[in-house]
Design a protein around this ligand. Structure first.
Ligand code: 1GP
Length: 228
């Protein structure tokens, strides 16, 4: 029903951060392809539920990116499950996933789930610290992770995560060049129209997060940059 291969732009909302109803309406009606609810810390079930019910008033797909088993809320259109391919801790690669399946496996419909193969590249971001990601990677290492995602694990999404910083355009370009069937998501430091244009030249989908809370108008402009 939802085809990520047709997407270009996603807003990632942090349930722990404040946003007005008017701003939420503008994001949902901006033309973005999806609203992704997720974050690395302080994720509480109540906040997720509250935000989901507000986003549900609009037609845009509403997706939960699961980062903790404690905040899995039913009612989303889709569930994204990250696996951090360059984590040094098995918990973030397959550990939490096995726990979640043990608890909810019988209730989950496989068609509602999409697994994202993350490669975290900003050593200074919360997600890198939390997952103990090995961010000291050469281009060839990153390309190998991308190939692993597509050819070994058949993951629908490979996600280059620079959360909080604008990444290396050349790395995104070269990574895209080795992917055929897996959709390349890029997230990190897209804080303007120009930045969105640059990354969307190579990434299939750009994910825009922090700027929503830092400079709302600029956040909205990132949609126009990819939907010309
Ligand atoms: C974070 O990739 C997203 O998971 C977006 O990054 O917050 O830096 O936009 P920013």
């Amino acid at each position: 029903m939802y085809d990520v291969t047709e997407w270009k732009h996603v807003f990632k909302l942090d349930p722990h951060k404040e946003i007005t109803d008017e701003q939420l309406e503008q994001l949902c009606e901006s033309g973005t392809d999806a609203i992704l609810i997720g974050g690395s810390d302080h994720i509480a079930e109540d906040d997720v539920l509250r935000l989901m019910s507000k986003v549900r008033r609009f037609l845009v797909p509403c997706i939960l990116e699961i980062s903790t088993i404690e905040a899995i809320v039913p009612g989303f259109d889709l569930y994204f499950i990250p696996t951090v391919l360059n984590s040094c801790d098995r918990k973030w690669i397959v550990g939490l996933h096995q726990e979640a399946m043990k608890e909810y496996g019988e209730l989950i419909s496989p068609e509602d789930i999409i697994v994202e193969g993350y490669c975290i590249l900003n050593y200074d971001c919360k997600a890198a610290a939390l997952t103990n990601a090995d961010t000291a990677l050469e281009l060839e290492d990153i390309k190998a992770y991308a190939r692993m995602a597509e050819h070994l694990f058949h993951l629908p999404i490979f996600y280059l995560e620079y959360s909080g910083m604008f990444g290396d355009v050349e790395i995104v370009k070269q990574t895209k060049a080795v992917l055929n069937n897996t959709t390349l998501f890029y997230g990190g430091g897209i804080t303007s129209y120009e930045a969105a244009v640059k990354m969307s030249e190579h990434a299939d989908v750009i994910v825009v997060g922090n700027v929503i809370y830092d400079d709302f108008k600029k956040a909205l402009q990132t949609v126009k940059a990819v939907k010309k």
